[in-house]
Design a binder for this molecule. Structure first.
Ligand code: ZN
Length: 483
Protein backbone atom coordinates (compact mmCIF):
# COMPACT_ATOMS: atom_id res chain seq x y z
CA UNK A 1 0.00 0.00 0.00
CA UNK A 2 1.24 3.42 -0.93
CA UNK A 3 -0.30 6.85 -0.92
CA UNK A 4 0.33 6.76 -4.70
CA UNK A 5 -2.54 4.27 -4.99
CA UNK A 6 -4.88 7.22 -4.36
CA UNK A 7 -3.31 9.28 -7.14
CA UNK A 8 -3.11 6.99 -10.17
CA UNK A 9 -2.12 9.88 -12.53
CA UNK A 10 1.06 10.64 -10.58
CA UNK A 11 4.46 9.07 -10.18
CA UNK A 12 7.30 9.81 -7.78
CA UNK A 13 10.97 10.13 -8.65
CA UNK A 14 13.45 9.50 -5.84
CA UNK A 15 17.21 9.74 -5.66
CA UNK A 16 19.16 8.88 -2.53
CA UNK A 17 22.44 10.15 -1.11
CA UNK A 18 24.00 8.14 1.65
CA UNK A 19 26.87 9.07 3.93
CA UNK A 20 28.67 5.92 4.98
CA UNK A 21 30.93 6.41 8.00
CA UNK A 22 33.99 4.21 7.62
CA UNK A 23 35.35 2.05 10.43
CA UNK A 24 39.03 2.80 9.89
CA UNK A 25 41.26 3.00 12.96
CA UNK A 26 42.22 6.61 12.34
CA UNK A 27 40.64 9.66 10.74
CA UNK A 28 40.99 10.42 7.03
CA UNK A 29 43.80 13.02 7.06
CA UNK A 30 45.47 12.70 10.47
CA UNK A 31 46.39 10.04 13.02
CA UNK A 32 43.61 10.89 15.52
CA UNK A 33 41.54 7.89 16.56
CA UNK A 34 38.38 7.28 14.57
CA UNK A 35 36.54 6.04 17.66
CA UNK A 36 33.47 7.91 18.84
CA UNK A 37 34.65 9.76 21.94
CA UNK A 38 32.06 11.50 24.09
CA UNK A 39 34.12 14.11 25.95
CA UNK A 40 34.03 17.07 23.51
CA UNK A 41 37.19 18.21 21.74
CA UNK A 42 39.45 15.56 23.27
CA UNK A 43 40.07 13.64 20.05
CA UNK A 44 41.45 16.38 17.84
CA UNK A 45 44.77 17.63 16.48
CA UNK A 46 45.82 20.67 14.45
CA UNK A 47 44.85 18.89 11.22
CA UNK A 48 41.28 17.92 12.05
CA UNK A 49 40.78 21.22 13.91
CA UNK A 50 41.87 23.05 10.76
CA UNK A 51 44.76 25.17 12.04
CA UNK A 52 46.53 27.35 9.44
CA UNK A 53 49.55 25.80 7.75
CA UNK A 54 48.59 22.19 8.38
CA UNK A 55 49.22 19.43 5.86
CA UNK A 56 46.66 16.63 5.55
CA UNK A 57 48.00 13.12 4.86
CA UNK A 58 45.59 10.67 3.25
CA UNK A 59 44.74 7.47 5.15
CA UNK A 60 45.33 4.67 2.62
CA UNK A 61 42.67 2.49 4.27
CA UNK A 62 40.00 5.01 3.22
CA UNK A 63 41.03 4.53 -0.42
CA UNK A 64 40.96 0.74 -0.03
CA UNK A 65 37.48 0.86 1.52
CA UNK A 66 36.24 3.17 -1.24
CA UNK A 67 37.55 0.80 -3.93
CA UNK A 68 35.90 -2.14 -2.15
CA UNK A 69 32.58 -0.28 -1.96
CA UNK A 70 32.85 0.65 -5.65
CA UNK A 71 33.63 -2.91 -6.75
CA UNK A 72 30.80 -4.31 -4.63
CA UNK A 73 28.34 -1.90 -6.28
CA UNK A 74 29.48 -2.55 -9.87
CA UNK A 75 31.17 0.82 -10.24
CA UNK A 76 34.02 1.76 -12.54
CA UNK A 77 37.01 2.58 -10.36
CA UNK A 78 38.62 5.78 -11.54
CA UNK A 79 42.34 5.22 -11.94
CA UNK A 80 42.91 8.92 -11.52
CA UNK A 81 40.89 10.95 -9.05
CA UNK A 82 41.60 13.84 -6.73
CA UNK A 83 40.39 15.72 -3.67
CA UNK A 84 38.75 19.11 -3.91
CA UNK A 85 37.89 21.84 -1.45
CA UNK A 86 34.21 22.62 -1.01
CA UNK A 87 33.92 26.07 0.50
CA UNK A 88 31.20 27.12 2.88
CA UNK A 89 31.05 28.74 6.28
CA UNK A 90 29.73 26.93 9.29
CA UNK A 91 31.03 26.93 12.87
CA UNK A 92 31.66 23.16 12.86
CA UNK A 93 34.00 23.55 9.86
CA UNK A 94 36.98 25.55 11.11
CA UNK A 95 38.95 25.43 7.83
CA UNK A 96 36.10 27.12 5.95
CA UNK A 97 36.12 24.24 3.46
CA UNK A 98 35.46 20.53 3.46
CA UNK A 99 37.88 18.19 1.70
CA UNK A 100 35.80 16.06 -0.64
CA UNK A 101 35.83 14.95 -4.27
CA UNK A 102 34.08 16.81 -7.06
CA UNK A 103 34.47 16.17 -10.83
CA UNK A 104 36.45 12.98 -10.58
CA UNK A 105 35.19 10.79 -7.75
CA UNK A 106 36.99 7.52 -7.03
CA UNK A 107 34.00 5.39 -8.18
CA UNK A 108 31.30 6.05 -10.77
CA UNK A 109 28.60 4.46 -12.93
CA UNK A 110 27.63 1.52 -10.75
CA UNK A 111 24.37 -0.10 -9.75
CA UNK A 112 22.83 -2.34 -7.15
CA UNK A 113 19.93 -4.69 -7.67
CA UNK A 114 16.91 -4.54 -5.39
CA UNK A 115 13.69 -6.54 -5.10
CA UNK A 116 10.59 -4.51 -5.94
CA UNK A 117 7.33 -4.91 -4.07
CA UNK A 118 6.00 -7.39 -6.63
CA UNK A 119 9.20 -9.46 -6.38
CA UNK A 120 11.00 -8.30 -9.51
CA UNK A 121 14.69 -7.47 -9.64
CA UNK A 122 15.37 -3.81 -10.42
CA UNK A 123 18.69 -2.10 -11.00
CA UNK A 124 19.19 1.21 -9.23
CA UNK A 125 22.07 3.06 -10.82
CA UNK A 126 24.76 4.62 -8.67
CA UNK A 127 26.07 7.88 -10.09
CA UNK A 128 29.16 8.08 -7.93
CA UNK A 129 30.87 7.20 -4.69
CA UNK A 130 33.35 9.70 -3.33
CA UNK A 131 35.56 10.06 -0.28
CA UNK A 132 35.29 13.01 2.07
CA UNK A 133 35.84 14.19 5.62
CA UNK A 134 33.01 14.73 8.07
CA UNK A 135 32.60 18.06 9.87
CA UNK A 136 32.35 18.59 13.63
CA UNK A 137 29.10 19.05 15.49
CA UNK A 138 27.28 22.11 16.77
CA UNK A 139 25.64 21.60 20.11
CA UNK A 140 22.89 23.98 21.14
CA UNK A 141 22.37 24.27 24.88
CA UNK A 142 18.92 23.49 26.19
CA UNK A 143 19.49 25.57 29.30
CA UNK A 144 21.10 28.74 28.03
CA UNK A 145 21.15 30.70 24.83
CA UNK A 146 24.55 29.29 23.92
CA UNK A 147 25.96 27.03 21.23
CA UNK A 148 29.09 24.94 21.39
CA UNK A 149 31.30 23.26 18.82
CA UNK A 150 32.65 19.74 19.28
CA UNK A 151 35.28 18.82 16.71
CA UNK A 152 35.74 15.17 17.71
CA UNK A 153 33.86 14.08 14.58
CA UNK A 154 35.81 16.42 12.28
CA UNK A 155 37.95 14.40 9.88
CA UNK A 156 35.97 11.19 10.24
CA UNK A 157 36.16 9.38 6.88
CA UNK A 158 32.95 9.17 4.87
CA UNK A 159 31.92 7.67 1.56
CA UNK A 160 29.12 9.57 -0.08
CA UNK A 161 27.09 7.33 -2.34
CA UNK A 162 24.79 9.07 -4.80
CA UNK A 163 22.09 7.20 -6.70
CA UNK A 164 20.42 8.15 -9.97
CA UNK A 165 16.73 9.08 -9.59
CA UNK A 166 15.71 5.50 -10.43
CA UNK A 167 13.66 4.84 -7.31
CA UNK A 168 9.90 5.02 -7.76
CA UNK A 169 8.33 4.31 -4.37
CA UNK A 170 8.95 4.50 -0.64
CA UNK A 171 9.24 0.72 -0.66
CA UNK A 172 12.01 0.79 -3.27
CA UNK A 173 13.84 3.54 -1.36
CA UNK A 174 13.85 1.36 1.75
CA UNK A 175 14.99 -1.69 -0.21
CA UNK A 176 17.78 0.32 -1.83
CA UNK A 177 19.01 1.51 1.56
CA UNK A 178 18.74 -1.93 3.14
CA UNK A 179 20.68 -3.48 0.26
CA UNK A 180 23.37 -0.81 0.33
CA UNK A 181 23.65 -1.08 4.11
CA UNK A 182 24.07 -4.83 4.00
CA UNK A 183 26.77 -4.43 1.33
CA UNK A 184 28.87 -2.06 3.48
CA UNK A 185 28.30 -4.30 6.50
CA UNK A 186 29.40 -7.40 4.59
CA UNK A 187 32.48 -5.49 3.41
CA UNK A 188 33.12 -4.67 7.07
CA UNK A 189 33.75 -1.00 6.27
CA UNK A 190 30.81 0.52 8.20
CA UNK A 191 28.74 -0.51 11.23
CA UNK A 192 25.56 0.43 9.36
CA UNK A 193 24.17 1.84 12.59
CA UNK A 194 21.57 4.40 11.60
CA UNK A 195 20.69 5.68 15.07
CA UNK A 196 24.18 6.98 15.78
CA UNK A 197 24.55 8.36 12.25
CA UNK A 198 27.07 5.87 10.84
CA UNK A 199 24.74 5.31 7.87
CA UNK A 200 22.79 8.48 7.03
CA UNK A 201 20.44 8.90 4.13
CA UNK A 202 19.16 12.02 2.40
CA UNK A 203 16.34 11.43 -0.07
CA UNK A 204 15.43 13.74 -2.97
CA UNK A 205 11.77 13.46 -3.85
CA UNK A 206 9.71 14.97 -6.65
CA UNK A 207 6.36 14.06 -8.17
CA UNK A 208 5.03 14.52 -11.70
CA UNK A 209 2.10 13.48 -13.83
CA UNK A 210 2.76 10.12 -15.49
CA UNK A 211 4.21 10.61 -18.96
CA UNK A 212 5.55 14.08 -18.20
CA UNK A 213 9.15 14.07 -19.46
CA UNK A 214 10.11 16.95 -17.15
CA UNK A 215 11.10 16.25 -13.56
CA UNK A 216 9.12 18.06 -10.89
CA UNK A 217 10.72 20.34 -8.30
CA UNK A 218 12.42 18.21 -5.69
CA UNK A 219 12.60 18.44 -1.93
CA UNK A 220 15.38 16.90 0.07
CA UNK A 221 14.61 14.97 3.25
CA UNK A 222 17.68 15.07 5.43
CA UNK A 223 19.25 12.71 7.96
CA UNK A 224 16.38 10.38 8.73
CA UNK A 225 17.65 7.70 11.03
CA UNK A 226 15.47 4.62 10.58
CA UNK A 227 14.06 2.62 7.69
CA UNK A 228 10.57 3.09 9.06
CA UNK A 229 10.89 6.88 9.28
CA UNK A 230 12.35 6.98 5.77
CA UNK A 231 9.33 5.10 4.42
CA UNK A 232 6.86 7.21 6.40
CA UNK A 233 8.50 10.52 5.47
CA UNK A 234 8.58 9.68 1.74
CA UNK A 235 4.91 8.69 1.81
CA UNK A 236 4.07 11.95 3.58
CA UNK A 237 6.14 13.98 1.15
CA UNK A 238 4.55 12.37 -1.93
CA UNK A 239 1.10 13.31 -0.67
CA UNK A 240 2.14 16.82 0.35
CA UNK A 241 3.62 17.54 -3.07
CA UNK A 242 0.71 16.07 -5.04
CA UNK A 243 -1.79 18.04 -2.96
CA UNK A 244 0.12 21.27 -3.60
CA UNK A 245 0.05 20.62 -7.37
CA UNK A 246 -3.58 19.54 -7.34
CA UNK A 247 -4.60 22.79 -5.61
CA UNK A 248 -2.74 24.82 -8.22
CA UNK A 249 0.27 25.66 -6.05
CA UNK A 250 3.94 25.05 -6.66
CA UNK A 251 6.38 22.76 -4.84
CA UNK A 252 9.24 24.87 -3.52
CA UNK A 253 12.75 23.50 -3.56
CA UNK A 254 13.55 22.94 0.12
CA UNK A 255 15.43 20.83 2.55
CA UNK A 256 12.97 19.27 4.97
CA UNK A 257 13.19 17.25 8.17
CA UNK A 258 10.97 14.48 9.53
CA UNK A 259 9.08 15.42 12.67
CA UNK A 260 8.70 12.03 14.34
CA UNK A 261 6.21 13.35 16.91
CA UNK A 262 3.71 14.87 14.50
CA UNK A 263 4.54 12.49 11.64
CA UNK A 264 5.11 15.19 9.05
CA UNK A 265 7.97 16.82 7.19
CA UNK A 266 8.91 20.38 8.13
CA UNK A 267 11.03 22.97 6.37
CA UNK A 268 14.66 23.16 7.45
CA UNK A 269 15.83 25.61 4.81
CA UNK A 270 14.82 26.86 1.41
CA UNK A 271 17.13 26.06 -1.51
CA UNK A 272 15.98 28.72 -3.94
CA UNK A 273 19.51 29.52 -5.05
CA UNK A 274 22.11 26.88 -5.72
CA UNK A 275 25.01 27.43 -3.35
CA UNK A 276 28.35 28.24 -4.98
CA UNK A 277 30.91 26.13 -3.20
CA UNK A 278 33.81 27.36 -5.37
CA UNK A 279 35.29 23.90 -5.73
CA UNK A 280 38.94 23.59 -6.66
CA UNK A 281 41.50 20.83 -6.44
CA UNK A 282 43.09 20.66 -2.99
CA UNK A 283 46.72 21.67 -3.54
CA UNK A 284 47.81 19.96 -0.30
CA UNK A 285 46.86 16.46 -1.46
CA UNK A 286 48.38 14.53 -4.37
CA UNK A 287 46.35 12.94 -7.17
CA UNK A 288 45.08 9.46 -6.35
CA UNK A 289 46.55 7.18 -8.97
CA UNK A 290 45.49 3.55 -8.93
CA UNK A 291 47.01 0.82 -11.07
CA UNK A 292 44.81 -2.00 -12.41
CA UNK A 293 46.96 -4.38 -10.31
CA UNK A 294 46.17 -2.46 -7.14
CA UNK A 295 42.43 -2.47 -7.87
CA UNK A 296 42.66 -6.21 -8.61
CA UNK A 297 44.42 -6.78 -5.28
CA UNK A 298 41.48 -5.16 -3.45
CA UNK A 299 39.04 -7.17 -5.53
CA UNK A 300 40.78 -10.37 -4.43
CA UNK A 301 40.04 -9.54 -0.77
CA UNK A 302 36.30 -8.94 -1.20
CA UNK A 303 34.17 -11.25 0.95
CA UNK A 304 31.03 -12.97 -0.26
CA UNK A 305 28.54 -10.18 -0.97
CA UNK A 306 24.86 -10.17 -0.02
CA UNK A 307 23.53 -11.08 -3.50
CA UNK A 308 26.07 -13.91 -3.70
CA UNK A 309 25.04 -15.14 -0.26
CA UNK A 310 21.38 -15.13 -1.36
CA UNK A 311 22.25 -17.29 -4.36
CA UNK A 312 24.31 -19.68 -2.27
CA UNK A 313 21.64 -20.03 0.45
CA UNK A 314 19.08 -20.89 -2.24
CA UNK A 315 21.21 -23.55 -3.92
CA UNK A 316 22.98 -24.95 -0.86
CA UNK A 317 20.00 -25.13 1.52
CA UNK A 318 17.05 -25.03 -0.87
CA UNK A 319 15.75 -21.78 0.62
CA UNK A 320 13.31 -19.61 -1.30
CA UNK A 321 14.46 -16.24 -2.53
CA UNK A 322 12.18 -14.64 0.05
CA UNK A 323 13.70 -16.64 2.92
CA UNK A 324 17.27 -15.99 1.78
CA UNK A 325 16.57 -12.28 1.46
CA UNK A 326 15.39 -12.03 5.04
CA UNK A 327 18.47 -13.84 6.35
CA UNK A 328 20.89 -11.77 4.30
CA UNK A 329 19.33 -8.52 5.51
CA UNK A 330 21.22 -9.25 8.73
CA UNK A 331 24.63 -10.84 8.49
CA UNK A 332 24.40 -12.27 12.00
CA UNK A 333 21.11 -13.93 11.15
CA UNK A 334 22.73 -15.66 8.17
CA UNK A 335 25.46 -16.97 10.49
CA UNK A 336 22.81 -18.09 13.00
CA UNK A 337 20.98 -20.05 10.30
CA UNK A 338 24.11 -21.69 8.92
CA UNK A 339 25.36 -22.69 12.37
CA UNK A 340 21.98 -24.18 13.35
CA UNK A 341 21.78 -26.04 10.05
CA UNK A 342 25.28 -27.46 10.49
CA UNK A 343 24.15 -29.04 13.79
CA UNK A 344 20.93 -30.46 12.40
CA UNK A 345 20.26 -30.15 8.66
CA UNK A 346 16.50 -29.72 8.54
CA UNK A 347 14.03 -27.67 6.53
CA UNK A 348 12.43 -26.77 9.89
CA UNK A 349 15.42 -24.60 10.86
CA UNK A 350 14.46 -21.76 8.52
CA UNK A 351 10.78 -21.97 9.53
CA UNK A 352 11.65 -21.69 13.19
CA UNK A 353 14.02 -18.79 12.58
CA UNK A 354 11.56 -16.78 10.51
CA UNK A 355 8.58 -17.46 12.76
CA UNK A 356 9.76 -18.06 16.32
CA UNK A 357 13.23 -16.52 16.55
CA UNK A 358 12.48 -13.32 14.62
CA UNK A 359 9.03 -13.13 16.18
CA UNK A 360 10.50 -13.17 19.67
CA UNK A 361 13.39 -10.79 18.90
CA UNK A 362 11.00 -8.26 17.43
CA UNK A 363 8.53 -8.50 20.27
CA UNK A 364 11.17 -8.32 23.00
CA UNK A 365 13.23 -5.83 21.00
CA UNK A 366 16.53 -7.56 21.67
CA UNK A 367 19.50 -8.29 19.44
CA UNK A 368 20.34 -11.73 18.13
CA UNK A 369 23.72 -11.59 19.91
CA UNK A 370 22.04 -11.56 23.34
CA UNK A 371 19.42 -14.18 22.50
CA UNK A 372 19.63 -17.21 24.82
CA UNK A 373 18.46 -19.77 22.25
CA UNK A 374 21.81 -20.29 20.53
CA UNK A 375 21.80 -21.85 17.05
CA UNK A 376 22.97 -25.13 18.62
CA UNK A 377 20.07 -25.14 21.07
CA UNK A 378 17.54 -24.35 18.36
CA UNK A 379 18.93 -27.23 16.29
CA UNK A 380 18.60 -29.60 19.27
CA UNK A 381 15.00 -28.56 19.96
CA UNK A 382 14.09 -29.25 16.33
CA UNK A 383 15.96 -32.53 16.43
CA UNK A 384 14.03 -33.59 19.55
CA UNK A 385 10.83 -32.81 17.70
CA UNK A 386 11.75 -34.52 14.45
CA UNK A 387 12.98 -37.67 16.17
CA UNK A 388 9.52 -37.98 17.72
CA UNK A 389 10.72 -37.46 21.30
CA UNK A 390 8.54 -34.38 21.73
CA UNK A 391 5.70 -32.99 19.68
CA UNK A 392 5.47 -29.58 18.08
CA UNK A 393 3.58 -28.12 21.01
CA UNK A 394 6.23 -29.31 23.48
CA UNK A 395 9.00 -28.01 21.21
CA UNK A 396 7.51 -24.52 21.50
CA UNK A 397 7.39 -24.95 25.26
CA UNK A 398 11.07 -25.96 25.37
CA UNK A 399 11.95 -23.00 23.14
CA UNK A 400 10.19 -20.60 25.51
CA UNK A 401 11.77 -22.19 28.56
CA UNK A 402 15.24 -21.83 27.07
CA UNK A 403 14.50 -18.14 26.45
CA UNK A 404 13.54 -17.70 30.10
CA UNK A 405 16.03 -19.93 31.87
CA UNK A 406 18.82 -20.32 29.35
CA UNK A 407 18.54 -24.03 30.16
CA UNK A 408 19.44 -27.16 28.25
CA UNK A 409 16.73 -28.48 25.87
CA UNK A 410 17.10 -32.18 26.79
CA UNK A 411 17.05 -31.38 30.51
CA UNK A 412 13.95 -29.22 30.10
CA UNK A 413 12.15 -32.06 28.31
CA UNK A 414 12.96 -34.38 31.24
CA UNK A 415 12.20 -31.89 34.00
CA UNK A 416 8.87 -30.84 32.53
CA UNK A 417 7.92 -34.39 31.48
CA UNK A 418 7.40 -33.37 27.89
CA UNK A 419 8.25 -36.68 26.21
CA UNK A 420 5.55 -37.83 23.90
CA UNK A 421 3.40 -40.72 24.95
CA UNK A 422 5.30 -42.59 22.40
CA UNK A 423 4.51 -46.09 21.25
CA UNK A 424 1.88 -46.55 18.60
CA UNK A 425 0.40 -49.41 20.66
CA UNK A 426 -0.15 -47.12 23.61
CA UNK A 427 -1.76 -44.48 21.44
CA UNK A 428 -3.88 -47.03 19.60
CA UNK A 429 -5.36 -48.17 22.91
CA UNK A 430 -6.40 -44.59 23.67
CA UNK A 431 -7.84 -44.18 20.16
CA UNK A 432 -9.98 -47.29 20.49
CA UNK A 433 -11.25 -46.17 23.89
CA UNK A 434 -12.30 -42.81 22.54
CA UNK A 435 -14.07 -44.36 19.56
CA UNK A 436 -15.92 -46.78 21.84
CA UNK A 437 -17.00 -43.97 24.16
CA UNK A 438 -18.38 -41.77 21.37
CA UNK A 439 -20.54 -43.91 19.05
CA UNK A 440 -22.70 -40.97 17.90
CA UNK A 441 -19.68 -38.89 16.85
CA UNK A 442 -18.24 -41.91 15.05
CA UNK A 443 -21.51 -42.30 13.13
CA UNK A 444 -21.56 -38.60 12.26
CA UNK A 445 -17.98 -38.75 11.06
CA UNK A 446 -18.67 -41.76 8.89
CA UNK A 447 -21.68 -39.98 7.37
CA UNK A 448 -19.31 -37.33 6.01
CA UNK A 449 -18.54 -34.87 8.78
CA UNK A 450 -14.77 -34.93 8.24
CA UNK A 451 -14.12 -32.00 10.51
CA UNK A 452 -14.97 -34.16 13.52
CA UNK A 453 -11.41 -35.51 13.19
CA UNK A 454 -10.43 -32.45 15.21
CA UNK A 455 -12.66 -33.61 18.03
CA UNK A 456 -11.09 -37.07 18.10
CA UNK A 457 -7.50 -35.82 18.05
CA UNK A 458 -8.41 -33.23 20.69
CA UNK A 459 -9.81 -35.92 22.97
CA UNK A 460 -6.69 -38.02 22.55
CA UNK A 461 -4.41 -35.06 23.23
CA UNK A 462 -6.36 -34.44 26.43
CA UNK A 463 -5.92 -38.09 27.47
CA UNK A 464 -2.17 -37.89 26.84
CA UNK A 465 -1.94 -34.52 28.61
CA UNK A 466 -0.82 -32.92 25.35
CA UNK A 467 2.05 -35.34 24.86
CA UNK A 468 0.67 -37.51 22.07
CA UNK A 469 1.91 -37.05 18.54
CA UNK A 470 -1.06 -35.50 16.71
CA UNK A 471 0.07 -36.83 13.33
CA UNK A 472 0.24 -40.41 14.55
CA UNK A 473 -3.06 -40.01 16.38
CA UNK A 474 -4.77 -38.72 13.27
CA UNK A 475 -3.50 -41.65 11.24
CA UNK A 476 -4.72 -44.10 13.88
CA UNK A 477 -8.16 -42.50 13.98
CA UNK A 478 -8.36 -42.62 10.17
CA UNK A 479 -7.35 -46.26 10.19
CA UNK A 480 -10.17 -47.21 12.57
CA UNK A 481 -12.83 -44.85 11.25
CA UNK A 482 -12.39 -45.78 7.62
CA UNK A 483 -12.98 -49.49 7.95
ZN1 ZN B 1 43.37 14.90 14.00
Amino acid sequence: MSVLDHYPDYEVVIGVEVHVQLTTNTKIFCSCSNEVIKEPNTNICQICAGHPGILPVLNKKVVDYAIAAGLATNCTINQLSYFARKHYFYPDLPKGYQITQSDEPICKNGYITIQTEDGHAKKIRITRIHMEEDAGKNIHSEHSNESFVDLNRAGTPLLETVSEPDISSAYEAREYLKTLRSIVQYLDICTGNMEDGAFRADTNISVRKKGDPKLGTKCELKNINSFKFIGDSIEYEIERQIELLESGQKVRQETRLWDTKNKKTIVMRSKEEAADYRYFADPDLPLIELTPEYIASIKATLPELPHETIERLCTQYGLSNYEANILVGDRELTRYFETAYSHHPSKQIINWILRDVLGFLKEANIALASFSVTPEKLARIIQLMESGKINNHAAKQVFETVIQTNGDPEKIVKEQGLEQVGSVDELEKIVLEILAANPQVVADYRSGKDRLMGFFVGQAMKQTAGKGNPQILQELFKKHLHN
